[in-house]
Ligand binder design. Structure first.
Ligand code: DHB
Ligand code: FE
Length: 281
């Protein structure tokens, strides 16, 4: 049976791509963030995942204000990178794990999650940069399944619904009849707000409490409303829902979690550079 071998969580700021492209990763501004990655690279080098399920949010690339699925699952054989104008180099395309995509889609619909199925899908910085941070040579040794969560346009799914969605994905991965090792990634956050009166808002105590909750009390955030979470994390910090979906997969597979690595650094661009690696426990 397929196995979830861990959760990797990280922020997904486009400027990370700029720092990589311009060779600035060791400069004072960026080093504390990029220093968070050697432990994750060593870990993926050892455990060698076959597939990465990436829980993230699309930033107006596939889904805009006119059409916005709450949850969408990719089912494409290949995913090309485009982005919404940040001027960062495009990555090589990603091979899709189509068999797992369809298995997930069938199981999720049977489980009451009426997701949108995407047989064509572009991917943006929220997927490509986390992948590039784990595999800096950008020669992807894994196949992927993108899972998009609407964190952009209200009404957003509740934290509790995201947790349950993650659990359903975890159960589905576990019932996929292969011996593949699956890494589930959650990208975005943590606290940030890009517009309005609170532009530049970062809430470190909240971020730390959220990261702490991931091992000991992962349902902590589900006890708060979306409005409460937006108040504490900011209008873009609500991307933490992606982390919650990813963390829910381990719970759905009947696993607890142990923290292997954590980095938290303020600021990178308008948010915190947050990196957390969990393995099943
Ligand atoms: C930034 C953060 C994001 O989550 C994003 O999608 C784009 C930009 C930023 O902090 O610059
Ligand atoms: Fe974002």
């Amino acid at each position: 049976m397929a196995r979830i071998i861990g959760n990797a969580f990280m922020s997904h700021v486009p400027a990370i791509g700029g720092a990589i492209a311009k060779g600035r990763t060791q400069e004072d501004y960026w080093k504390p963030f990029f220093d968070g990655f050697p432990p994750l690279r060593q870990w993926v080098g050892e455990v060698k995942p076959d597939v990465v399920v990436v829980c993230y949010n699309d930033h107006g690339l596939n889904f805009f204000l006119d059409k916005m699925p709450t949850f969408a699952v990719g089912a494409a054989p290949s995913y090309s990178n485009a982005d919404e104008g940040w001027g960062i180099p495009q990555t090589a395309p990603f091979a899709g794990e189509v068999d797992l995509s369809w298995h997930l889609i069938e199981q999720l619909v049977a489980d009451g999650f009426d997701i949108t199925t995407c047989q064509e899908m572009l991917v943006d910085h929220a997927l490509t940069l986390p992948m590039a941070l784990l595999w800096p040579d950008q020669k992807w040794p894994v196949k992927i399944v993108p899972v998009c969560i609407n964190t952009v346009l209200f009404p957003l799914p509740s934290a509790e619904r995201c947790w349950k969605f993650g659990q359903a994905i975890g159960r589905a991965i576990q019932s996929w009849g292969t011996d593949e090792k699956v890494l589930v990634m959650g990208t975005g956050g943590l606290s940030h707000q890009l517009e309005g009166e609170r532009a530049g808002f970062i809430n470190k105590p909240f971020d730390v409490q959220f990261m702490d909750s991931l091992t000991g009390d992962p349902e902590w955030a589900t006890r708060q409303s979306i409005n409460e979470l937006v108040k504490q994390a900011g209008t873009q910090g609500i991307e933490l829902l992606n982390w919650l979906v990813a963390r829910g997969t381990l719970a759905g597979a009947g696993q607890g979690a142990r923290e292997l690595s954590r980095t938290y650094h303020i600021p990178i661009s308008n948010t915190a550079g947050a990196v957390v690696l969990l393995e099943p426990a």
